[in-house]
Design a protein around this ligand. Structure first.
Ligand code: NAD
Length: 498
């Protein structure tokens, strides 16, 4: 299977990148399986605790002695531009590998690869244009605010969009002059290894990037606790994020935490229905709902509710669920059978609490469906916002729908969640849109669109959805320490000496 992908280098995929050396890990054997068929697409030995130690010591050494941190910003930027270029040159094989690693449709993985290349390009540019400041002086001195790299930083990523989330951490960390250890998710280790190979090929000094696949509670935990690791950038579930924050508190270590969500989408009665139906379907069912920002709670004005739901159900039933290799496929399988079982348990819970399944709620049958972890797009109504499946993140293709009568009540229901990652608003009335955008608690609000991203716009969540921001021109500063420098200009000794 691996050999079918042109340009793929088998030896790189099966070896880990540890402190500048490519070799097998010394941890347990791991397989990456193609979720559409269950076939094995990659086999590797995960990292062991000894490998973690070697990688972090090697990263520290490379940070101190490779000269990367001392290179002029435009010189570091040149390497990052080259990484972007190499990703683009290998775009198709990387997109195919990402499809095999986590089962996303090829149209989505192509977009993820393009976004990873754009991320390296963006942070190359942020690096070479970053300005430091001469601050207003209040005495006989010149005062400055400058930035320096932190040392060894860690990137811990989930399985849903590996190449994009890894690029979002690796690019600013390297641009800032740091060394990086990457801990990809257990079930999707392949793309981080490809990125490391490309970084080295582009001229990044050896040892500055290591990739350590393995069990999160062992390898991720060791990385987070390691005294030489000065910062952790984490994307994943809220409970793991909380655990990492507790370790970080003990170390006084900065962290950024991109966590879960249960995002409300609101359709007002004056919404453009064609746009709203398409946007709601895309917001929940793209990526099979395995998306932190999935619009998984839908609030529709009661006057519109029945008509809107009829169109939504019809739209969900017409979605092309199937082979991720087919460019026409809109929804692929879920990432694994065990994740599908978790989604099924949530749907069952929804029914037990009084929900009515309007469509889906089952596995499709026949052909490829029998081999992969497919699940039908599912819409459930008849629940209160307090129900389990309105409150907990399912991370699958399950939408709960609730009618509303009153906008104040709608706002308090939309905000009644431990999460506050994203929200969507559909209305033709720009004043109502603005008032609602201000009233909903969320790190990201889309008005008459959904799930649109720009690397130049900061991204992150409030409350249990996270801490800190990724992306944006100033995203590079998350990976830097700020230092204030005072230059004395006094002609006379300080008064104390007199
Ligand atoms: P997860 O939290 O189980 O794992 C994420 C990463 O953390 C993996 O690499 C895992 O091995 C590692 N990990 C697990 N335990 C650890 C520990 N004790 N110490 C250090 N690392 C540990 O999440 P997942 O199941 O891979 O991904 C799904 C979750 O990620 C969902 O909750 C989703 O909302 C969230 N997510 C958030 C964003 C965002 O930007 N906000 C984006 C994508 C996914």
């Amino acid at each position: 299977m691996l050999k079918e992908i042109s340009g793929l280098n088998d030896s790189c995929i099966k070896q880990l990148c540890i402190a500048g050396t490519w070799r097998p890990g010394t941890g347990p054997l791991y397989e990456s399986r193609y979720p559409a068929t269950g076939e094995v697409v990659g086999v590797l030995n995960a990292a062991s605790p000894e490998d973690v130690e070697e990688a972090i010591q090697g990263a520290h050494d490379a940070f101190l002695h490779s000269g990367w941190a001392q290179r002029k910003p435009h010189e570091r930027a040149a390497v990052l531009y080259r990484i972007a270029q190499l990703i683009r040159e290998e775009a198709e094989s990387l997109a195919q590998l990402q499809r095999l690693d986590n089962g996303k449709p090829i149209s989505e993985t192509r977009a993820l690869v393009a976004s990873a290349a754009g991320t390296f390009q963006f942070f190359a540019s942020a690096c070479e244009t970053l300005e430091e400041a001469i601050t207003p002086s209040r005495g006989d001195y010149l005062s400055m605010s400058i930035y320096e790299p932190m040392g060894v930083v860690a990137a811990i990523t989930p399985w849903n969009s590996p190449i994009a989330s890894e690029a979002q951490k690796i690019a600013p960390a390297l641009a800032a002059g740091n060394a990086v250890v990457v801990k990809p998710a257990e079930i999707t280790p392949l793309l981080a290894l490809e990125l490391a190979r490309i970084c080295e090929q582009a001229g990044l000094p050896k040892g500055l990037i290591s990739v350590l696949p393995g069990k999160g509670s062992v390898i991720g935990d060791l990385i987070t606790r390691h005294p030489l690791v000065r910062r952790v950038s984490f994307t994943g579930g809220t409970s793991v994020g909380r655990h990492i924050a507790q370790i970080a508190a003990d170390k006084f270590m900065p962290v950024s935490l991109e966590l879960g969500g249960k995002s409300p989408t609101i359709v007002l009665e004056d919404a453009d229905l064609d746009h709203a139906v398409a946007g709601v379907l895309y917001g929940i069912f793209s990526s099979s709902g395995e998306s932190c920002i999935a619009g998984s709670r839908l609030f529709v004005a009661r006057s519109l509710y029945d008509q809107f739901l009829q169109r939504l159900v019809r739209g969900a039933e017409q979605l092309r669920v199937g082979d991720p290799a087919d460019p026409a496929t809109q929804m692929g399988p879920l990432v694994s059978n065990s994740h599908r079982e978790s989604v099924e348990r949530y749907v069952q819970k929804g029914v037990e609490e009084g929900g009515r399944i309007l469509t889906g709620g089952a596995r499709p049958a026949g052909g490829i469906y029998d081999r992969g972890s497919f699940y039908r797009p599912t819409i459930i109504e008849g629940l209160e916002n307090t129900a389990t499946i309105c409150q907990e993140e399912i991370f699958g293709p399950v939408l709960v729908t609730l009618p509303f009568d009153d906008v104040d009540d709608l706002v308090s229901q939309a905000n009644d969640s431990v999460y506050a990652l994203a929200a969507g608003i559909w209305t033709r009335d720009y004043k109502k849109a603005w008032r609602l955008a201000q009233a909903v608690k969320a790190g990201n609000v889309w008005i008459n669109t959904y799930k649109q991203f720009s690397i130049s716009t900061p991204f992150g969540g409030w409350r249990d959805s996270g801490l800190g921001r990724e992306k944006g021109r100033l995203g590079i500063l998350q990976y830097m320490e700020q230092k204030s420098v005072y230059w004395g200009l006094n002609e006379q000794p300080l008064p104390w000496a007199n």
